[in-house]
Design a protein around this ligand. Structure first.
Ligand SMILES: *Cc1c(COP(=O)(O)O)cnc(C)c1O
Length: 358
């Protein structure tokens, strides 16, 4: 007997395909490397890859994810965004024709000594100001020379990553200038743009764009949600009311009595908690839909449940549908209420949440 707990993450494959189309229209001259790391941003790697198979390539984090895609028959270019984590992974990376990011010079040393079945196509990462991964700009030319003369290396793609593409004040210009200075005249394919840069800075499109979040229908910008950008949310997280409490004026709701009823009111208890990935930091007032009507959460989120205000939904009862996020209630709004970003909520969806693919 399968559990009938009402919490479900519904994944809309048509929305994923639509969002890929938006990326294509915005960056018509670039190839699209669909970023599907972190289990397809929490949506499920296998069906996300299937819905996005019209992309020109995929980006993942780990060898396991990439090997799974090869096993499923995908022949796309697959980039490993952090390259290999241990030299032992290299032979398999070569055998599966994966494209590792090379971000440290000692990795080039290792590469030039490796015995591999076939030449590796590498993505050389330049640190243009984010100071996370990548070679310093002044070291790029020498590194390219070494890679070009290495028998183990096939093609070289140059990449960098923007720290502030989603921040209207900071933007990409300084990093873009730095990248151009470091790579001028190298005549190699280039990849720069994440979702924010793809949507806001056409001058960053280059040869490959690397959209992630936008493919799932969410916005990287604090000032807009995905629907405002023409994107469709790919995940609907929904559940149902499993109990209704008549709470009297002055009584508390949930742990710590963090919400105290200002008057007599009906409170719905919803089957969804932080062990499902719903953010515990979302306090009273976080938006939620009950029977399609906007209302708010009350008090602290528990491990397996949360409470909602039924004052605005008088007919609500046990079994009434609840939407935590999805069409009509952007995940970005829930994230903002919890002091975080859509990335974190989507990727936090727990394995115990039932997934339904439509
Ligand atoms: C995750 C990631 C992306 C995608 O970023 P979004 O903001 O989700 O579009 C692109 N490039 C690199 C290197 C990444 O790690």
């Amino acid at each position: 007997m399968l559990s009938r707990r009402p919490l479900v993450a519904r994944i809309d494959t048509a929305a994923l395909a639509h969002n890929l189309g938006v990326a294509r229209r915005l960056a018509p001259g670039a190839r699209i490397l669909a970023v599907i790391k972190a289990n397809g941003y929490g949506h499920g790697l296998a069906h996300v890859a299937d819905a996005l198979r019209a992309a020109d390539g995929f980006a993942v984090l780990t060898l396991d994810e990439a090997a799974g895609l090869r096993t499923q028959g995908y022949t796309h270019p697959i980039v490993l965004l952090e390259g290999w984590f241990h030299p032992d992974e290299l032979p398999e990376i070569a055998r599966l024709r994966l494209r590792p990011v090379v971000h440290r010079e000692d990795q080039i040393d290792l590469l030039t000594k490796a015995r591999l079945d076939n030449r590796l196509d590498v993505w050389l990462k330049v640190d243009t100001g984010m100071h996370r991964l990548g070679l310093p700009p002044r070291r790029v030319r020498a590194a390219v020379e070494r890679l070009r003369s290495a028998a183990q290396v096939g093609s070289i793609t140059l990449m960098t990553h923007f720290a502030c593409a989603d921040e209207p004040q900071l933007g990409v210009q300084a990093q873009l200038d730095c990248f151009r200075g470091a790579t001028e005249g190298l005549k190699l394919p280039v990849s720069l743009a994440n979702s924010a840069a793809l949507m806001r800075y056409p001058q960053t499109h280059a040869d490959w764009v690397r959209p992630g979040l936008m493919l799932y229908g969410a916005s990287p910008f604090a000032e807009h949600n995905g629907e405002g950008l023409g994107l469709l949310p790919a995940m609907t997280l929904s559940s149902a009311i499993i109990a209704v409490q008549r709470v009297r004026k002055g009584e508390g709701v949930g742990y710590g009595a963090a919400f105290v009823a200002p008057r007599d009111m009906d409170v719905g208890v919803v089957a969804c908690g932080y062990a499902d990935g719903y953010p515990r930091h979302a306090g009273t007032g976080t938006p939620v839909l009950v029977e399609g009507r906007p209302t708010r959460t009350l008090g602290r989120v528990s491990m397996d449940m949360l409470a909602v205000d039924l004052s605005a939904v008088p007919g609500a009862h046990v079994g009434s549908p609840v939407q935590l996020w999805g069409p009509g209630l952007p995940v970005e709004r829930v994230a903002a209420a919890a002091g975080t970003v859509a990335y974190e909520l989507l990727t936090a969806i727990a394995p115990r949440v039932r997934v339904e693919v439509v």
